[in-house]
Design a protein around this ligand. Structure first.
Ligand code: SAH
Ligand code: DHB
Ligand code: MG
Length: 223
């Protein structure tokens, strides 16, 4: 089997970053604050953040929902794509992660449009559905991978035709191709990929992304 050249992939990632993602003190501080607070370094990469930002711009998004805030790194990229009267809701189980995200979003000047809701994301989404929350323009799924299919079904109820649904970590270095992945993250991602592929109201693709390992994002358009 051909060996994945992780050094070449890393160099390409750095090349892309040097072209399209200028150094940004707010984003650097975001990562430093998350590390200082003991958060795991599982935020999206700078290039992936730029990609999310661009997707939100292309979608003309005014209302974004994120599932899994961590320290608010991807949240900041998404929030910066929104107009001044936009709305960004991010759902986070951990109070420590949520507090870090709030601090980082305030430092980015996004506290006026971004809200961090603490609790189980599925419960928060059900509450939003029950409250008649308006549909979102873009939904980014990036919390516990075994919950992805559940989040997808709830996300459909917070969508309209034209909503873009994006999910992170859907390749897991190819482990999603195993018949029965041992890794629970890959198991959840595999089920998610199958669910969006079969969904009658979604047009989708999975996009591999090369970093130190191969992961990727799935993009779906609600029909
Ligand atoms: N989107 C972030 C990374 C998120 S990491 C970024 O790229 O910057 C995944 C996050 O999901 C973690 O902070 C974790 O605490 C949170 N999470 C895990 N299970 C959850 C659940 N059931 N409900 C809400 N958040 C959850
Ligand atoms: C991991 C990476 C992620 O982007 C994430 O959301 C969760 C876990 C990981 O590599 O373990
Ligand atoms: Mg992720």
């Amino acid at each position: 089997m051909p060996v994945f050249d992780d050094q070449l992939a890393q160099r390409i990632d750095t090349y892309i970053e040097s072209l399209f993602v200028p150094p940004d003190p707010i984003l650097s501080a975001n990562i430093a604050n998350a590390e200082a607070a003991g958060l795991p370094p599982i935020n999206v990469t700078p290039n992936q953040g730029k990609f999310l930002h661009l997707l939100a711009l292309i979608a003309g998004a005014r209302r974004v929902l994120e599932i899994g805030a961590l320290g608010g790194y991807s949240t900041t990229w998404l929030g910066r794509a929104l107009p001044a009267d936009g709305r960004l809701i991010t759902l986070e189980f951990s109070p420590v992660h949520a507090a870090t995200a709030r601090k980082n979003l305030a430092a980015a000047g996004l506290d006026g449009i971004a809200e961090v809701i603490v609790g189980d994301a599925a419960e928060s989404m059900k509450a939003m559905i029950d409250a008649g929350e308006q549909p979102f323009d873009l939904i980014f799924i990036d919390a516990d991978k075994l919950g992805y299919v559940k989040y997808l079904n709830l996300a459909m109820q917070l969508s309209r035709p034209g909503t873009v649904i994006v999910a992170d970590n859907i390749i897991r270095n190819g482990a999603v191709m195993e018949k029965n992945p041992e890794d629970s993250n890959a198991m959840g991602a595999k089920a998610y990929n199958a669910a969006i592929a079969a969904h009658p109201r979604l047009e989708s693709i999975a996009l591999p992304m090369f970093m130190e390992k191969i992961d990727g994002m799935a993009i779906s358009l609600v029909k």
